[in-house]
Design a protein around this ligand. Structure first.
Ligand code: COA
Length: 347
């Protein structure tokens, strides 16, 4: 069975940079609070008009495809991970297919939020191992800025997230030992609502999370005026609860990957975890006893870009020469769902 290698990788971040100080124009917050709690100094926001989750994904994809030495017409399958699609439906994959003038290939959208990219490369890996496809384009992209509450009410969430995209082309390799060694996927829906955007949705309060709404307001529409008035059109997060679960599940799923391959933490050459919070990344690094040169973080400059965060960090680390052929690269993610995942790649 062939293994999958990353044949090409690319990233794109919009040009508009918003520092923590810039955010103080819209809400009560401070550079000190944001840096101390999250490590974030700045994030990029897409142009409000014209730049979308799909267009950013396409920019990253163009670079990944060129670096793989192929053309868009040679891509056999698209997997697009995002929580902020251009449309509620259809997904962004078909927009990529159309805009990049690809053949009438399959296009799959993945909705696994922060672990979306890891789920996406796991799915792609299975298609490659089975021999079904040879060139799979995997994109993680987010335009968070369109849907955050930039008032003080939403400050615990809005300061964290940023926009951007990353992409890889996965191909089979005949080279012994190289490629994706294994992927490990998990979920626990018990806490589905503590990091979620409820609307627009079909829930009809079935899960009982709208105590302050009456049935008429909830049944009124997919997204009613009452919901907008009560800020139910924005993401909702219990930050401390997410933090506590993340610092347990990240090391667990990394160790699962290492054990499945008979490897140890000391074998890791580069660890890239989903950029949720610098404090979370630092706790994982400490637990795994990894030196600074074996961990790559860029949340300071981009914030949390959800499905895009792992491919953006992977791309930057590779561009900076921090990942070389033969290195053991460990990717891991945790987020809304909860879902979490890891992947080990012999580069
Ligand atoms: N600026 C200033 N103050 C803020 C603020 C902001 N942007 N956001 C929240 N606060 C305030 C709160 O209102 C609260 O005030 P109070 O004590 O007067 O009630 C105080 O800061 C502490 O809030 P809390 O939510 O307990 O802070 P925290 O230390 O847990 O930090 C997060 C908040 C969100 C940074 C942190 O919980 C976190 O990073 N969690 C993980 C989130 C995550 O990774 N999400 C993505 C998952 S993939």
């Amino acid at each position: 069975m062939p293994r999958s290698i990353v044949a090409g990788i690319g990233m794109y971040v919009p040009k508009n940079v918003y520092t923590n100080q810039d955010l103080t124009r819209y809400m009560e917050t401070s550079d000190e609070w944001i840096q101390e709690r999250t490590g974030i100094q700045a994030r990029h926001y897409a142009d409000r008009l014209g730049e979308t989750t799909a267009t950013m994904g396409i920019e990253a994809a163009k670079i990944a495809i060129e670096r793989a030495g192929i053309t868009p017409q040679e891509i056999d399958f698209i997997i697009f991970a995002t929580l902020s699609p251009d449309y509620y439906f259809p997904g962004c994959g078909v927009i990529v297919q159309r805009e990049m003038k690809m053949k009438e290939i399959g296009a799959l959208d993945i909705r696994n939020q922060c672990s979306g990219f890891l789920y996406a490369i796991s799915v792609a890996d299975q298609f490659i191992k089975s021999g079904m496809y040879k060139n799979i384009l995997v994109i993680g992209s987010e335009k968070h800025s369109f849907g955050l509450d930039f008032t003080t009410r939403g400050r615990n969430i809005s300061v964290i997230f940023g926009d951007g995209a990353g992409a890889v082309v996965l191909q089979p390799t005949a080279e012994e030992g190289r490629g994706i060694l294994s992927t490990h996927l998990h979920s626990d829906g018990e806490s589905a609502e503590i990091l979620a955007m409820y609307n627009p949705g079909t829930h009809g309060n079935r899960w009982g999370h709208f105590a302050d709404f009456n049935d008429a307001e909830i049944g009124e529409a997919f997204m009613s005026e009452a919901m907008i008035e009560k800020a139910q059109n924005f993401p909702n997060m219990n930050g401390p609860a997410v933090f506590k679960k993340a610092v347990v599940k990240f090391p667990e799923v990394i160790m699962e990957g290492l054990q499945a391959n008979g490897l140890q933490t000391s074998d890791i050459n580069m660890l890239i975890v989903h950029q949720a919070n610098l404090r979370i990344s630092q706790m994982i690094q400490k637990l795994l006893r990894l030196s600074d040169d074996k961990v790559y973080n860029n949340i300071q400059r981009y914030g949390n870009t959800t499905a895009a965060s792992v491919p953006i960090a992977l791309c930057e680390a590779w561009q900076e020469g921090k990942i070389k052929k033969g290195d053991l690269v460990c990717l891991a993610a945790f987020g809304s769902g909860f879902t979490w995942a890891s992947a080990l790649i012999r580069w």
